[in-house]
Design a protein around this ligand. Structure first.
Ligand code: SAM
Ligand code: SF4
Length: 464
């Protein structure tokens, strides 16, 4: 029984808590987090891990990064490159095909229970014929790819019916649409304009072509957002009947991301308004039939993610949430990340450098991290917390486990969070997270991060 349900707690109390605890910290899309990874090539280790993965027959997701966009959205924190140069895009696609050939030559057998996701940048910022060719290559070259579940991220402003038809004809059933906010003033402040009527037409096209699951991305904390206009956006979004929603906190890091400097900081909502926006989204979607997934996602109760969360099988990676616990991920393209049991490996981010490396050797991995036993254990704890809202008591670990004492100390340090009502004792002497605590998942995870105390020089976004 969740005694600290968001709907029953006075808003001022929640806002005061959020203000007190709104520190900077990792989003934990990976553990260990990217700043911990080292910048030496781990190509040999990566190749070995790929071979092991294909031998074990573990479920695998393929992530293909298409980094180009037509126009820059000022808030954007993704690895995206603005271009209208078709030759540049086509050269990249030619090289991408080479990487797919090279990596898939290490697989000894069919990949099982797999998933294919196209992300970006904007995966539809290319000619539909080239999209078709890429998908044909992927399906032909990768053993087992014809059976994969497929999903794609699209920018509705530039995605045509022809793109959608190619995707639908190639078995794509899930589409994730970037929206962010419907308010015109907000859209102009971030240079991304798209009306409700246009969005309505776009979602209808997706449904008509057979996309069974529609996700919509929103961002809170953008310039000129206020609670009144945000609530109008939420109501309009609900009229589109998305199956899933992502509601990301705007990560404003102008010292790292140059184009964000064009955002007028005087127009950013105050901390209190920003938190109010988050609270509004949580209250609005949970009272309109959605289940809150992890920290910043919502899904209809019959959605696979909601079921996986209630069964303790929800998992998280760089692509977002997935219903497959421990899903391995193999990334293709510039900046793409691979996540295998034993390591993380990332390709070089710049498309032109990526092209050069693949042309030379067929591989572009330049950065990564091999997980030791302690990393693996903490990764499980942090993922279970961020996804399944549970924290197991580490005193149940074997007495000779070298991480045991540190983890017990981290577990005991959660006591103040228990007093605040973020977590409650569960029957197995661990904790489960309350709906209030779901707003503070990043704070709850931080004590389990062995590397965080040594990362004073790293700039993270605010946790809420
Ligand atoms: C690769 S983009 C989506 C696909 C497509 N390029 C588009 O914009 O529609 C992925 C999502 O990341 C989110 N995002 C991008 N930059 C962000 C930032 N600085 N802070 C928080 N969320 C961000 C947006 O919600 C965006 O829709
Ligand atoms: S938000 Fe999407 S369309 Fe806009 S720049 Fe980023 S990746 Fe490109």
């Amino acid at each position: 029984m969740d005694n600290r349900n968001l709907h029953n707690i006075p808003e001022t109390e929640i806002l005061e808590l959020i203000e007190k605890l709104d520190v900077r910290g990792p989003r934990y899309t990976s553990y260990p987090t990217v700043p911990v990874w080292h910048a030496e090539s781990i190509r040999a280790e990566y190749q070995k891990a790929l071979l092991e993965t294909s031998r074990k027959g573990d479920p695998v997701a393929l992530y293909v990064h298409l980094p180009f966009c037509e126009k820059r959205c000022l808030y954007c924190g993704c690895n995206s490159h603005i271009t209208r140069d078709q030759d540049r895009i086509n050269t990249y696609l030619d090289v991408l095909e080479k990487e797919i050939l090279s990596v898939s030559s290490t697989f000894e057998q069919q990949l099982e229970h797999a998933w294919l996701h196209l992300g970006g940048g904007t995966p539809t910022h290319l000619a539909p014929e080239r999209l078709e060719r890429l998908l044909d290559v992927l399906i032909e070259v990768i053993p087992g790819a014809d059976k994969f579940e497929r999903s794609v991220e699209v920018d509705p402003r530039i995605t045509t019916i022809d793109h959608l038809k190619v995707l639908a004809d190639h078995g794509f059933k899930r589409v994730s649409i970037g929206l962010q906010d419907f308010d015109m003033a907000v859209q102009m402040a971030v240079r991304r304009e798209f009306s409700y009527e246009e969005m309505l037409g776009f979602v209808a096209q997706c449904r008509y072509l057979g996309f069974e699951s529609v996700n919509i991305d929103l961002i809170y904390g953008l310039p000129l957002q206020n609670r009144e206009s945000w609530n109008r956006t939420l109501e309009l979004v609900q009229l589109l009947h998305p199956d899933r929603l992502a509601c990301f906190g705007y990560a404003h890091l102008p010292e790292k991301i140059r184009h964000q400097r064009a955002i007028n900081e005087d127009q950013l909502p105050s901390a209190r308004v920003r938190l109010g926006l988050l609270l509004d989204a949580h209250k609005f979607f949970t009272s309109n039939g959605y289940t809150s997934i992890g920290f910043d996602h919502f899904a209809l109760p019959e959605d696979k993610l909601a079921k996986a969360q209630s069964e303790g099988n929800l998992w998280r990676n760089f692509m977002g949430y997935t219903e497959i616990r421990g899903l391995q991920m193999i990334g293709f393209g510039a900046s793409a990340i691979s996540e295998l049991d034993s390591l993380f490996a990332q390709n070089v981010p710049l498309p032109e450098l990526y092209n050069e490396m693949i042309d030379k050797s067929g591989w572009a991995v330049t950065k990564g991290h091999e997980l030791d036993e302690d990393d693996k254990l903490r990764k499980q704890i942090i993922n279970d917390l961020m996804c399944n809202l549970i924290i197991k008591n580490p005193s149940q670990l074997a007495m000779d486990n070298p991480s045991r004492d540190d983890l017990i100390e981290a577990f005991n340090s959660l006591k103040p969070f228990e007093e605040l009502g973020f977590i409650e004792k569960s029957t197995d002497s661990g904790y489960h997270v309350t709906s209030l605590g779901q707003l503070f998942l990043r704070n709850l995870a931080m004590p389990f991060d062995r590397y965080l105390p040594k990362q004073q020089q790293v700039t993270y976004s605010t946790t809420i």
